[in-house]
Design a protein. Structure first.
Lengths: 194, 630
């Protein structure tokens, strides 16, 4: 199953999730790999939970089966929990630790520390990163998606090179943001690789 | 990717495209001259992209007032010898159906393709109807792409087929095909250069009433001709590469027949579980390729039919088995192998196969009780009205007016409509009690007003009002109905991503266009009470509702304020909290449900990045704890 890799990407509408996924998909295409992706549009975007699914290598369906993701990439702590159906014992769980608290919610937002602790009790590869602050350090909170994109490229099993992801980023985002985005990708990469 | 690549891209080039973008490339390759739509998810991005590219691609493009008009624009273009394209969400077909059915009879001269996007699992729709029924109802061919490349290729092919047999052709997608992104290799582009001063080509309508005027004497003959076409096209479907076998089997005991997005799941389940079964993939599914299906079935003992939504291929297969006297067991929706509703995925399809084949030991993951508890305790994150949304102010205002009039919640029926404002169903607004379809809030107002003694408040958006709210408003006046109609005029078709509508001075190609006044329309319909108000002035909102509820006619209130998502609007500074004044009554949180206001650790917090400065919360606070930003 070489070069098979499925990423479930989730977060909140407006965090740049579709753009991040498209960049990965385009990089895969440029490396000559089969790739399909699924996105959510429409009413589901009005501040609600948003997810995309990206599958590299020989798949027809763009939907990841339950427990079938190689990586769960979450832009927001509790959205990580909502994505756990896609996770198995080998899945890398990478998530941004900065919460976006739903305005009118039935339930209290759990502490991020308790989320991390519980995830670590249950899964082998739990990788929280302070993506929002790394993005601010890189130049803008809006670069969060690039920090997380950098984190994806740091996984040893991820079949694409960091360079091809960077090329695809450049092809999809405005030149005046390239320096900031490169910085964000690097910091995301280092936060996983150490 | 730059969208312009869809026009300038050359044959052999590859791009990573959304299904809807691939449809646009198909339209461009086919050399279409006229395209028209009414936006509807999951088909909306086709219009958004065409809107940007139309001029460069020599295409006349319009956002029509509704799908029926779009169908008529496309039908007449095709009758005039041009290639024409119309596209809509599945329920748009209901609106267009009256003209669509007759277009099948009269036929076309230039190719005409209708793309209808189904929405299994109702991501943004009111039902799960299956467009494939329309192909059978009208007796026109239907193609079912399963991925982005096929969307592009089948849209292009549909035009050739349409022109060859002078019949409109449907391309049916589903949400997972329209919103899939995949690699698409471009083909050649047919020439559609303009022959005049406009950027698009003009055709010429050659008169022939026997073809285009379905009076009874002609229509009877048209129906005979339609069947002649369909019988001929069935031969094409039987021979088509779009209906082909994908082979995995060594032994011919089991087989699978599938189409569209469902095929993707069937394919992956068979491939990755190494199941011993071939798949017959139907991309050209009506006229039903009975001969090809019969050949596929002839070697099999049992067949799985994997399709979303209705059991259509399954019934056709059962009919084939009956007609050809075959001995094959059919596993599908009808025998309970697969669900009769909602979208499929590899898990659902795998489970269905497993019921018969028992290939997979079901192992469920087990997690700690702390994780189980955490999963159950996380707050929900449903879609909400945006910070600064004018609809929120109107819903707050009407509920306040109802209270001040001494009415109870049960005394007022809220007839809602299709748009962002349907989110008014949620607390604290509770402003959606009944909903059928686009424009239904007005007709529903008529019905409730004669059927009950309750007050009725109907809510409709600007675009939806133009779509199908006007003729029921005439009905309301003429038949003396009594209700309050609010037109939420937010200067855009918001929910589908911000398309223009007749209420704003811009058309679908970005050109200046006459702006149609909702106020004048309501007056012309005969309404005596028509008020245009600023929704962010709560005092005015409450006063107007109280006035309107006291009347005994169809009263119209137009709430006029732009959607916060419109690009280029100047944003007002965010609201500030005056901490000393806040007494934690929570009114701003609990009665407005604005995503920019939350209570964190017992304190009200205004999210400065989200607050749009609409200042409605300032008018709600009794303690002067909120003040306008500077």
């Amino acid at each position: 199953m070489d070069n098979h890799y499925s990423i479930y990407i989730c977060g909140v509408g407006g965090q740049g999730i579709i753009k991040t996924s498209t960049i990965i998909g385009e990089a895969a295409m440029n490396q000559g790999l089969d790739v399909v992706m699924s996105e959510i549009h429409g009413m589901s975007q009005r501040g609600g939970s948003v997810s995309t699914e990206l599958k590299i290598g020989g798949y027809n369906s763009s939907i990841i089966p339950n427990h079938g993701a190689d990586m769960l990439l979450s832009f927001e702590p509790i959205e990580t929990i909502r994505g756990l159906d896609k996770v198995n014992s080998e899945t890398k769980i990478v998530y941004n630790t900065h919460p976006i608290i739903p305005s009118s919610s039935d339930k209290a937002y759990p502490s991020v520390d308790s989320i991390t602790k519980t995830l670590k009790e249950n899964f082998k590869h739990v990788l929280p990163i302070d993506g929002t602050n790394l993005a601010i350090d890189a130049g803008s909170v809006l670069a969060l998606n690039m920090v997380l994109l950098g984190a994806v490229t740091a996984d040893d099993k991820f079949p694409l090179s960091k360079d091809s992801v960077i090329d695809a980023m450049k092809n999809n985002l405005k030149p005046k943001f390239h320096d900031m985005n490169l910085k964000a990708i690097e910091s995301g990469y280092k936060s996983i690789k150490g | 990717m730059n969208l312009k690549e869809l026009v300038t891209g050359v044959s052999g080039e590859k791009q990573f495209l959304l299904g809807n973008e691939a449809a646009v490339r198909g339209v461009i390759e086919a050399g279409v001259s006229i395209a028209a739509t009414y936006p509807g998810t999951p088909s909306s991005e086709i219009g958004n992209v065409l809107s940007v590219l139309a001029k460069e691609a020599n295409i006349y493009f319009e956002f029509s007032t509704n799908e029926k008009v779009a169908m008529e624009v496309a039908a007449t273009a095709a009758a005039s010898g041009l290639r024409s394209f119309t596209f809509m969400k599945h329920v748009g077909m209901n609106v267009a159906a009256d003209s669509f059915m007759t277009t099948a009879y009269s036929g076309v001269r230039g190719g005409m393709v209708i793309l209808s996007a189904d929405d299994p699992s109702l991501f943004s729709s009111q039902n799960e109807q299956d467009t494939r029924n329309y192909a059978r109802l009208a007796n026109v061919p239907i193609l079912e792409p399963s991925n982005c490349q096929e969307v592009k290729d089948m849209v292009k092919y549909a035009f050739d087929l349409s022109e060859q047999f002078q019949i409109p052709v449907i391309v049916r997608t589903t949400t997972r095909v329209s919103h899939m992104r995949g690699v698409v290799e471009f083909g050649d582009v047919n020439d559609n250069s303009s022959n005049n001063d406009n950027h698009w080509k003009r055709g010429h309508f050659k008169k022939d009433p026997s073809q285009f005027v379905p009076v009874p004497a002609f229509a009877g003959e048209m129906h005979v001709k339609l069947w002649d076409k369909i019988h001929e096209i069935e031969t094409i479907a039987n021979a088509s590469d779009l209906n082909s076998e994908v082979n995995f089997a060594s032994d011919k005991k089991y087989g699978v027949i599938s189409s569209s997005s469902a095929y993707n799941y069937a394919h992956d389940v068979v491939k990755f579980n190494e199941l011993d079964a071939d798949i017959l993939k139907l991309g050209f599914s009506y006229p039903f390729p009975q001969k090809k299906v019969a050949e596929f079935l002839s070697d099999l003992d049992e067949v799985f039919i994997v399709e979303e939504v209705d059991p259509i291929i399954e019934k056709e297969t059962l009919a084939t088995i009956g007609a050809k006297k075959l001995d094959v067991i059919v596993h599908g929706k009808l025998d309970g192998t697969f669900p009769l509703y909602h979208e499929f995925n590899s898990d659902v399809v795998g489970e269905g196969f497993n019921k018969i084949l028992n290939f997979d030991e079901n192992e469920s993951a087990s997690y700690s009780s702390s994780l189980e508890k955490l999963s159950q305790d996380i707050p929900s994150r449903a879609p909400v009205l945006c910070a600064g949304c004018p609809h929120r102010a109107m819903y707050y205002g009407i509920n306040k007016a109802i209270g001040e009039l001494g009415l109870k919640a049960d005394d007022v029926v809220f007839a809602s409509d299709i748009g962002c404002y349907t989110l008014g169903i949620n607390p604290p607004y509770n402003a959606a009690d009944y909903l059928l379809s686009m424009g239904s809030s007005v007709g529903d107002g008529c019905g409730f007003s004669v059927s009950t003694d309750q007050k009725v408040a109907s809510f409709i958006g600007d675009s939806t009002f133009f779509h199908s709210g006007i003729s029921p408003l005439i009905n309301a006046v003429h038949n003396k109905h009594n209700f309050v109609l609010t037109v939420l005029d937010n200067r855009i078709t918001a929910m589908t991503g911000g398309q223009p509508n007749p209420g704003i001075p811009v058309d679908g190609m970005g050109d200046e266009a006459p702006e149609i006044s909702i106020r004048k329309l309501a007056l012309a319909c005969g309404c005596d009470y028509v008020r245009v108000i600023n929704p962010f002035n709560l005092e005015q909102v409450v006063k107007t509702y109280k006035e309107a509820f006291e009347r005994n006619d169809a009263a119209v209130i137009v709430s006029k304020a732009p959607c916060t998502l419109i690009k280029g609007l100047t944003r007002k500074p965010p609201v500030k909290l005056v901490e000393g004044n806040c007494n934690n009554c929570d009114k701003c949180v609990s009665e407005l449900a604005c995503p920019a206001i939350s209570k964190i650790n017992g304190k009200i917090v205004i999210d400065q990045s989200q607050c749009d400065g609409c200042n409605v919360c300032i008018q709600v606070c009794k303690y002067g704890a909120l003040e306008a930003g500077r």
